[in-house]
Ligand binder design. Structure first.
Ligand SMILES: [Zn+2]
Length: 282
């Protein structure tokens, strides 16, 4: 294997157009932090002019390089940068220079951040570790996970629920958490525990309301049924207690969340209920 292949393999670079020349590796101090720097050249032939759209022909000229530092996941505990010199071209049809624009955060870093979000860690710490801003972490969360996925399963045989304090901005003072009383799996987390909101946003919707004479009657029957059943079976509230503890841990690690949407997304991600999407871009 050549040096070129080793380094592309080690850094997981999917782009075969990145070429490493001699002395491609060194350490550099940036704002008091030692970085591992890998210096490469992005040499490619564009298909067309990115400014005017004319197809590549002999009126295109190489026109120096544009340099960009691309953040990579850490290597042996060092913050790592791919210092990329991208080939620039001059299009003589429109007289403008261009380069193949790319994002400054590598796909590897994005993927690592998406995986870090599964761990019980704060977004701020994840941002710090991966050398990006907390906003970037949030953006990656949105693009790698379907954070807005709504859970509308059918009702389980046993439904456990409890309320908990979520975020300051939440619509209701208390949020609502439901889980399957037999498996312990979270069914849904709802921002506001109040009844009208529960009906609007949750799986209670899946009960065919039109066949019920009156919702309050239904709730009443449910209550009596639940109270009666509590004495007659072995179901316990262990799962819901455990789940509530889990939620509290996530909240404490993050030192609170500003938005309920993100709080819920993080709970679902950490519990493995939302998986990384196959195709993602941030
Ligand atoms: Zn052009």
């Amino acid at each position: 294997m050549s040096n070129q292949n080793y380094i592309t393999e080690m850094l997981e670079l999917k782009d075969n157009n990145v070429i490493f020349k001699e002395n491609y590796y060194y350490k550099e101090n940036i704002k008091g932090i030692t970085y591992k720097i890998f210096e490469g050249y992005l040499i490619y032939k564009p298909k067309c002019c990115y400014k005017c759209g004319v197809v590549f022909d002999d009126k295109f000229e190489k026109h120096g390089f544009i340099n960009s530092d691309i953040k990579l996941p850490e290597v042996s505990g060092y913050k790592t940068i791919l210092r990329l010199h991208k080939q620039r071209y001059l299009c003589k049809h429109c007289g403008k220079a261009f380069t193949n624009y790319g994002c400054f955060i590598s796909n590897n870093t994005k993927h690592k951040i998406a995986k870090d979000l599964i761990k019980k860690r704060s977004e701020k710490d994840i941002a710090l570790d991966n050398n990006v801003s907390p906003n970037t972490v949030e953006r990656i969360m949105d693009s790698y996970y379907e954070t807005q996925k709504i859970y509308k399963h059918s009702l389980p045989e046993v439904l456990s629920f409890d309320e908990f304090k979520s975020v300051k901005t939440a619509d209701g003072a208390m949020s609502f958490h439901m889980c399957n009383g037999i498996t312990g799996q979270t069914i849904d987390i709802i921002e506001d525990r109040r009844l009208d909101n529960l009906i609007k946003t949750s799986i209670i919707m899946t009960i065919k309301l039109e066949v019920m004479l009156n919702l309050s009657l239904l709730i009443c029957i449910l209550h009596i049924f639940l109270i009666k059943n509590t004495f007659n079976n072995n179901y316990h509230n262990g799962y819901i207690e455990g789940n509530n503890n889990f939620i509290k841990v996530i909240k404490r690690i993050a030192f609170g969340f500003r938005s309920f949407k993100r709080f819920k997304a993080r709970i679902m991600i950490c519990k493995g209920l939302i998986k990384i999407k196959k195709i993602a871009s941030a």
